[in-house]
Design a protein around this ligand. Structure first.
Ligand code: DGL
Length: 273
């Protein structure tokens, strides 16, 4: 049985690499919904429909033991619908506001994410529940996920643009400065080294990928996982829903040890931003 990892593009690979480290022997099926990318500005109802359609398809296609929604924009919206619709355990990826609130010294935290994640009721709930004593600054970016895709596929980065996107995270007043930036989108850890170079002062950048992998591991152990030993590296598979020839994306997925297969066209909600 396999683990399904889904994101709107290559961002979920930041989660996949941690899953590989923590659960090295289980087959992984990676779904990059590039046909729906970017999720950040999708209307909520349409995104729920699309994701339920995708999971319905891939849970039929493969013997999946556990699924990871490696996308904050999707997870902050869809976890209850997935848990109601399907019988397997799901692990979501949500902004690491709780650990940030526990760790901050200055009490000033920034959460960098897509507009969808920033505007979700669930994100506000995380703040109300866990970060009441902190000053939480939500920073929405429509560009960063696209920049991360370009960076990972073509090694292209516009540092001026990157600075404009992350600049609102850095706040200093009353003698206190932001000391934590939560990376609230799975694409962003790919850019963190570039972000670090531009930061006007050192901050702690929180990437929740390892915690997600550990949660998946705990759930699998709890149900005596029927682990399928990967006999060769190509037994991990990837699908790109656009089915458009994109050699750079394919090379990247192959570099992560994934064999790229053709996505079988299925009717999916296609209302984009
Ligand atoms: N990687 C996704 C996330 O974690 C979002 C990227 C997108 O806008 O599609 O939120």
């Amino acid at each position: 049985m396999a683990i399904l990892v889904l994101d709107s593009g290559v961002g979920g690979l930041t989660v996949l690499r941690e899953v590989r480290a923590v659960i090295p022997n289980q087959q992984i099926i990676y779904v990059g919904d590039d046909g729906g990318f970017p999720y950040g500005e999708w209307p909520e109802e349409a995104l729920v429909d699309r994701l339920v359609g995708l999971f319905t398809h891939y849970l039929k296609q493969h013997d999946i033991e556990l699924a990871i929604v490696a996308c904050n924009t999707a997870s902050t919206l869809i976890m209850p619908s997935l848990r109601e619709a399907f019988d397997i355990p799901f692990v979501g990826t949500v902004p690491a506001i709780k650990p940030a609130a526990e760790r901050t010294v200055s009490g000033r935290i920034s959460v960098l994410a897509t507009p969808g994640t920033v505007n979700r009721r669930y994100t506000q709930h995380l703040i109300d529940e866990h970060a009441n004593d902190a000053d939480v600054n939500l920073v929405a970016s429509t560009e960063l996920a696209k920049m991360a895709e370009r960076y990972m596929q073509h090694r292209e980065i516009n540092t001026d643009q990157l600075w404009q996107e992350i600049k609102p995270c850095f706040i200093s007043w009353g003698g206190k400065r932001t000391d934590i930036v939560v990376l609230g989108c799975t694409h962003y850890p790919f850019l963190v080294n570039e972000m670090r170079k531009l930061a006007p002062w050192p901050v702690d950048w929180i990437d929740p990928s390892e915690a997600i992998a550990l949660r998946a591991h705990a759930l699998l152990n709890g149900q005596n996982s029927n682990i399928c030993l990967a006999t060769n590296p190509s037994s991990d598979l990837a699908y790109l829903t656009s089915n458009k020839p994109n050699p750079a994306a394919q090379r990247l997925l192959q570099g992560f040890g994934l064999e790229v297969r053709e996505h079988e066209p299925v009717p999916l909600r296609a209302i984009g931003p």
